[in-house]
Design a protein around this ligand. Sequence first.
Ligand code: C2E
Ligand code: CA
Ligand code: CA
Length: 402
Amino acid sequence: MELTHAMSEKIYSKTFEAGEDIIRIGDAGRNAYFIENGAVEVTLPGKDGIKVLAKMGKGEIFGEMSIIDDAPRSATVTAKENTEVIVIELSRYMQSLESSNPMMHLILRLVLSRFRQAGPQTNDGITTSVTENNSMNEIRSLALEKIRFEREMRDGLKAKEFEIHYQPIISLKDGKIAGFEALMRWYKGNKFISPGHFIPLAEETGLIVELGRVALTTGLQDHIQFTNILEENSAFMSINLSGLQISELGEIEHLAAIIKESDLIPAQIKLEVTETLMLEDFLHAKETLEKFKNLGVSIALDDFGTGFSSLSYLHQLPLDTLKIDQAFVNDMNKTKKSMRVVESIASLALSLNMNIVAEGIENKDQYIILKDLGCQFGQGYYMSRPLPKEEIQKLLLTRPTW
Ligand code: C2E
Ligand code: CA
Ligand code: CA
């Protein structure tokens, strides 16, 4: 939502009178232009006067190279009649290309600079050397860093360096363990790499699909053992799902098969999704969640309160649980506002017939406040950090309560 809003501010119409310059040679390139009506001429000053490179009319686009960099304009574009253009500010595209796919950005910049060197003024056709400026070097090292990291992740997956740890989720009323959240861990040798670092990269590179299967399969298998120790089967296992994992039907079916083939009853399985997943294609997300829901699993909305949190879609989705983001819990006893946010989420969940899990409970005060506000479940370092399977098994044998 925020994205669409920001984007819409960056696209607007503008009218130029005949003879007016829309782009001047040497200006920094910041926009692309789409011709709605009228005509333009692309020109270069030459020894024998102005040289016309091209004429363009309705439906054509110019200045689009600034999607790649903001190198100075290499030609002038002048309106030949009254011309209406749609101005598309490109800085945002350039930034997102740079951050999401630096290698593609690097390649495009190299192509562009070769193209420019072979441009009309140096018309010898062949250019072999490309001068790289500092910003290009930066992009190059960013691109290489990401590519190395992707290779390390792929190697790590083969070498089974990824593990799943479990954080108990507590029923606040009686202080007993009600379930667990499966959280991915990557130990590269002795080095711990935080999921906050590798999950976003796994999402960008598509590796999250494979990692997500590991989390689901392992999480369900280990939960059978936890259930055996608990000697009852009401405790649930919560698994995080990324948007990419449910963007393709084939993968949805694969995940559904893992769920069906597990020896758990589906009611013991919870899938955690975030709002970003709903933003891209609401209908698809809704249908997919309904498919999972029909298998008998429950669905939690993760990090609630951090996204755009439109209430209008909440009741349209088959959600069972809202997870209040830890930022609110953290600030709860510091600011009145956070307290009120938690309070209203709690009453919202109640009226929508949903459960609440409060995340990031770090002390007893928070535990008590949340319990008094009517939150059913809580999760946080105060009760337990995420632990490897063996430690959870040991913990369960002590029948802990908080
Ligand atoms: P999340 O789903 O919001 O997970 C909760 C995070 O809060 C975990 O961070 C957990 O260790 C941390 N946490 C729990 N209690 C406390 C507390 O009392 N205080 C503080 N400060 N933090 C607490 P973690 O394990 O670093 O995971 C970070 C994020 O990585 C997760 O956030 C989730 O978005 C993602 N992630 C982890 N595992 C997976 C996975 O298997 N699949 C997907 N798609 N994402 C995953
Ligand atoms: Ca989660
Ligand atoms: Ca969360």
